[in-house]
Design a protein around this ligand. Structure first.
Ligand SMILES: Cc1cc2nc3c(=O)[nH]c(=O)nc-3n(C[C@H](O)[C@H](O)[C@H](O)COP(=O)(O)OP(=O)(O)OC[C@H]3O[C@@H](n4cnc5c(N)ncnc54)[C@H](O)[C@@H]3O)c2cc1C
Length: 383
């Protein structure tokens, strides 16, 4: 395998919401090289169904969204990060709309939210966001994209991160990339678990690489499980969006009995389901009492995917189990993405800003990925 070297101002590793949006912002200040280990769209972002939590209705308030976030996180969140990110919510929605994300007019409600505040595009919001960001990134001349290129190791000189080593399948070569700023936007760690809602790319590479060079990690014990993933032998652990519960889905056992408030935060719903399952019961998500035509229209992605796996959401309760879903902790950063090491920045799910505390409030992660990458740390603007 041959070896190549490159030198760039901004090296962005990862092409989900955080990496793509950072690249767009950074491109105003210099050349960006964005590497991603599979296809550009392969990410947790494109799988997100529910949407983006943000205050956009008159009935709602930033104060309520902050309180819901703190409550879901068991008040272990970093308050300054919560305030900064939640206040940016309306601007995040405007930004996404401005690059072509065509949000529905209605707002959804999800567990732990005291108001309807989930901006969404049907039940395939992440796909719409990922596509809009990719379209934007491809238009910008000083963003260079290398797909099928996996970062394997961060490089460090005199205590500063100076870039990375990577393997580029596209060119069948190893790459040594020198960068003035290295940005990790490598997503979560779900694939380290047997049952997960996460895509293949979510293997925690950013966490492993940054740990190897001595970056500080925080809250790694806070891993969120999603209560309602499909539980069927031989079928993927497909996520049944929380918006279903927001619209009245019931969690029941095999006798049709409810046993938990479906709109409680995820950790509480998960532990109730685990308790039920551990005492020999089966657990289902039931949406059969809802209008069938509306279900097919509003939850078209979930409906058609379940059909493919042999289930009809409008006719039968769907067997569910909790599955590893989201890393609330990660690489410790300040609100601008600075890690404990100079030259290294982290955004999105791989970063721990402190927004989520012990348990993430539903749909706060796309919000965080965009809110923290809409601007740049001061020192990066003048690199
Ligand atoms: C099924 C599902 C539904 C969800 N629904 C919602 C929702 O409705 N609302 C919400 O707010 N959140 C939701 N989430 C969580 C949310 O989607 C993610 O937290 C968010 O998209 C993470 O964005 P990101 O940019 O940090 O990472 P990702 O979107 O996961 O992107 C990570 C990128 O890094 C790349 N990468 C990884 N390792 C390397 C490497 N070594 N070298 C090069 N590239 C690498 C990957 O290929 C990928 O491009 C959902 C998650 C899942 C899995």
């Amino acid at each position: 395998m041959k070896s190549e070297s490159r030198s760039v101002k901004f090296l962005v590793i990862g092409s989900g919401a955080a990496g793509l949006n950072f690249a767009i912002t950074a491109s105003q200040y210099g050349e960006v090289l964005l590497i991603t280990k599979k296809k550009i769209s392969d990410s947790a972002t494109e799988m997100a169904q529910g949407g983006v939590a943000a205050v956009t209705s008159k009935k709602d308030s930033v104060g309520k969204h902050i309180e819901d976030t703190l409550k879901a996180g068991h008040y272990t969140n970093k308050k300054s990060a919560v305030k900064y990110i939640i206040e940016k919510g309306p601007a995040v929605i405007r930004h996404l709309a401005s690059i072509g994300v065509n949000f529905d007019k209605t707002l959804h409600r999800e567990g732990g939210h005291s108001e309807r505040r989930i901006s969404h595009v049907g039940d395939h919001t992440g796909d719409a966001i990922e596509k809009a960001l990719i379209k934007q990134v491809r238009k910008i001349k000083n963003i260079h994209i290398l797909e099928h290129t996996r970062a394997t190791k961060l490089t460090k000189k005199n205590g500063k991160i100076t870039g990375c080593h990577a393997i580029c399948e596209q060119k069948n070569c190893t790459l040594r990339i020198a960068a003035k700023a290295t940005i990790l936007a490598t997503g979560g760690i779900g694939r380290k678990f047997q049952a997960t809602t996460n895509p293949e790319v979510s293997t925690g590479d950013g966490i492993d690489m940054s740990k190897a060079v001595g970056a500080k990690l925080m809250d790694m014990k806070y891993i969120q499980f999603h209560p309602t993933a499909l539980s069927a032998p031989g079928k993927p652990t497909f996520l049944l969006t929380e918006a279903l519960r927001g619209e009245g889905a019931r969690i029941i056992d095999e006798n049709g009995a409810r046993f938990i408030d479906e709109l409680a935060p995820r950790d509480i719903v998960c532990s109730a389901i685990n308790k039920k399952r551990n005492s020999g019961h089966k657990v289902f998500l039931d949406f059969t009492h809802k209008d069938k035509a509306k279900t097919k229209a509003t939850f078209s992605h979930v409906y058609s995917t379940l059909k493919k796996y042999g289930f009809d959401l409008t006719k039968e309760p769907i067997p569910i189990e909790p599955a590893a879903h989201y890393l609330c902790g990660g690489i410790a950063t300040d609100i601008c993405g600075r890690t404990s090491l100079p030259g290294l920045y982290a955004y999105g799910e791989t970063a721990r800003t402190g927004l989520h505390g012990a348990n993430r409030l539903a749909s706060n992660s796309l919000l965080e990925a965009i809110a923290t990458t809409m601007d740049m740390p001061k020192e990066l603007r003048t690199l």
